[in-house]
Design a protein around this ligand. Structure first.
Ligand code: KG4
Ligand code: ZN
Length: 362
């Protein structure tokens, strides 16, 4: 256990964002001293999805300067750091290797401890970057590669309660955007269009809502979106209506399942906090919907500020600092992992497979 302040450089390279940040953790409070994010949206735009080889190369090209900038902005020297952390998985393996190798090199050269962070743990702890969210809490982790309910009891103590059985919600946003010919990042593009549409104009399914439990499914929704897009001429208004209907359907699924998850948690504990994190949590309509659901169930609601919903270095630095504080360090031989469930026990009992463009989903 480390006493006093813990200051960590965090590196994130699991998908199409190269990111580095310096975070100081003191008395349970996190302070982001600096952060840098370089997105690769343009590099992949031509291909309609993230191309792993292009991503890995772009990470390698940017990492050194990004880390230097993060260190410069923090006003600290290498000697002021307590350790260096990097995402070690799950994600696109080439990118993860690039970030992890950089962290290992820094650790070796500067004599600093290395912390290999599970990307999902980064998302899981990310709400604590902005405010003091106390453990335990119920987490809905909803991103481009993942969609799951997790009971978070503390650092390193996670229990998966349910998850998507096919696509992640963010992936469904991305595919919907692509199908409708929207440019830019999928989620924000659909959110923008949805503002101009009428959700009631298009009928879409709410997969798995008729079944008990907390598992979710989004691939049928994507197929229904394709049908709706092909059924009649895709006018500007029709496109907006489909986006609005799609977002409403995702909102219904997430809200109803979240309600069930809260009811389940409320049976066993007085601690009632519901947290939403991951890229899709940046969606204002969905956030509002989930906040209302939390209020309805008597739960406190927390979600990170938008910049810490999508992939970033600060959440990796924070997870690294929290682990380091507990004495959890990793050897320089720690491997990069394409698959790495947050809750290994549940994952091995009820494996959820699927190789989305952002790597394994479980
Ligand atoms: O957390 P993240 O950056 O990467 C993963 O770990 O997957 O999440 C990215 C995902 C993408 O699928 C993106 O379309 C989605 O989050 N996303 C959104 C919004 N902003 C990002 N989805 C819906 N509405 C948004 N505003
Ligand atoms: Zn992520």
């Amino acid at each position: 256990m480390m006493q006093g302040a813990v200051t960590v450089l965090g590196i994130e390279t699991s998908c199409d964002e190269t990111a580095a940040a310096v975070v100081r953790l003191e008395n349970g409070r996190a302070e982001v001293l600096s952060e840098q994010v370089a997105s690769q949206t343009e590099e992949h735009a031509l291909y309609g999805g993230v191309v792993p080889e292009i991503a890995a190369r772009a990470h390698v090209e940017r990492l050194d300067s990004l880390v230097k900038l993060a260190m410069r902005d923090s006003g600290l020297g290498w000697g002021d750091l307590s350790g260096v952390a990097a995402t070690a998985g799950p994600g696109l393996i080439g990118g993860v290797m690039a970030g992890l190798a950089t962290a290992k090199a820094i650790a070796l050269a500067r004599g600093l401890p290395l912390v290999a962070v599970n990307h999902l743990e980064g998302h899981a702890l990310s709400p604590r970057l902005g405010e003091e969210v106390q453990f335990p809490y119920l987490l809905l982790l909803v991103s481009g590669g993942h969609c799951q309910f997790v009971q978070v009891d503390g650092v390193g103590r996670y229990r998966r309660l349910g998850s998507t059985i096919d696509d992640a919600a963010g992936e469904a946003f991305d595919k919907t955007a692509k199908l409708l010919g929207l440019s830019g990042q999928g989620g924000p593009a659909v959110e923008r269009e949805a503002l101009k549409g009428d959700a009631k104009a298009v009928e879409l399914p709410r997969p798995l809502l008729d079944r008990p439990g907390l598992d979710m499914s989004f691939s049928g929704l994507k197929t229904a979106v394709r049908r709706a897009a092909e059924e009649m001429p895709l006018t500007v208004q029709r496109r907006a209506d489909i986006c609005a209907a799609f977002q409403a359907a995702v909102g219904d699924v997430l809200a109803v399942k979240s309600g069930r998850a809260m009811a389940l948690v409320a049976e066993t504990t007085e601690k009632r906090t519901f947290v939403v994190a991951g890229g899709v949590a940046a969606n204002k309509a969905l956030r509002a919907r989930l906040e209302a659901e939390a209020r309805h169930h008597g739960f406190q609601f927390a979600a990170p500020p938008l910049r810490w919903c999508t992939d970033n270095g600060a959440m990796i630095a924070l997870a690294g600092a929290e682990r380091l504080r507990l004495g959890l360090v990793d050897g320089l031989d720690t491997p990069a992992r394409a698959r790495w469930p947050l809750d290994e026990a549940s994952a091995s009992m009820t494996p959820v497979y699927g190789g989305g463009k952002k790597g394994a989903k479980a």
